[in-house]
Design a protein around this ligand. Structure first.
Ligand code: ZN
Length: 297
């Protein structure tokens, strides 16, 4: 499976695929961009590969890579996932597969965004799995899902990936030593980010700017911080991206810091996590929320 790191998880999934004993409902849990969704896609490749081992070359593997495999539906949303989308899932799972041996599946990325109606509707499908079907929920906030859903899932946990592995993977993808080193440093153990940095210079530059903004803000007075918020609050998705960058930086600082400083960082971290969570689920007042964050930096 072409996934950076997560050796144990890959072995476990390969073993499942080999034995044919595959749970119908899987829950992939871990921080954003560590490789959960990528692993889910690779698992589908493995199950449906015309050759073996998710070869990446057969029609099935190529279609999954191109996002056009008729037996795999991927739901990726930035905001609320609604009941209509769950009904679409149910419809897709009831259709006949590409071949007799083909697994039909659904990956729901950011599954914590399923609203309560959608979760209740999905529960029925989880309770009565049929034939060769597989549902993989991917999330960094499993606790938001209904207990009744969680109790139906087979959970696989994903941790951040060791820097050395990310660097090695970047080099194998064509980056030189220096570039691989730089990208690894700003990827905070998240292979998903590292690969995007490698392929998307604009994204990398924007990211570096967000890091600098944080550095500057921490030296600024409250008035300057609020001025920054005024600009940042104009675009919700941009604000969320900025907060995610800060979150990664602060998490790293927290691990490396001494006790006294760790308390302050923790407070900042918590306020960012809270705003990220609220802005993903509801229409909170973004400007007010961001002001709370910059006060705590
Ligand atoms: Zn294949």
């Amino acid at each position: 499976m072409k996934v950076i790191g997560h050796k144990k998880q890959k072995e476990l999934l390969k073993k499942m695929a080999g034995s044919g004993n595959i749970p119908h409902n899987l829950l992939f849990v871990g921080q954003e961009a560590v490789g959960k969704k990528k692993t889910a896609e690779e698992f589908f490749k493995l199950l449906n590969c015309d050759k073996s081992e998710a070869c990446g070359e057969c029609p099935s593997c190529r279609d999954i890579e191109a996002g056009r495999h008729s037996d795999l539906l991927i739901i990726e949303e930035d905001s609320e996932i609604k009941i209509d989308q769950v009904r679409e899932i149910q419809k897709r799972l009831s259709l006949t597969g590409r071949s007799e041996n083909s697994y039909k599946g659904v990956i729901i990325d950011r599954a914590h965004l399923l609203n309560s109606q959608a979760q209740a509707c999905l529960l029925k499908t989880l309770e009565e799995p049929k034939g060769k079907t597989l549902i993989i929920l991917v999330t960094e906030h499993p606790n938001i899902l209904l207990d009744t859903i969680l109790s139906r899932m087979w959970q696989v946990k994903f941790s951040p990936v060791e820097s050395g592995m990310i660097k090695e993977a970047l080099i194998s993808m064509g980056a030189d030593e220096d570039k691989a080193e730089r990208i690894t440093r700003i990827s905070f153990s998240k292979p998903g980010l590292a690969v995007r940095f490698l392929n998307d210079d604009k994204f990398r530059k924007e990211r570096t700017k967000k890091e600098k903004d944080l550095e500057e803000l921490r030296k600024s007075c409250l008035g300057e911080r609020f001025d920054y918020v005024k600009k940042l609050a104009k675009e919700k998705s941009e604000a969320r991206e900025t907060l995610k960058v800060w979150l990664s930086i602060l998490r790293k600082e927290m691990i490396e810091s001494e006790d006294e400083k760790a308390g302050e960082i923790k407070e900042a971290l918590e306020s960012i996590e809270k705003v990220l969570f609220l802005t993903s689920k509801t229409n909170v007042n973004l400007k007010l929320s961001l002001e709370e964050v910059v006060i705590n930096l």
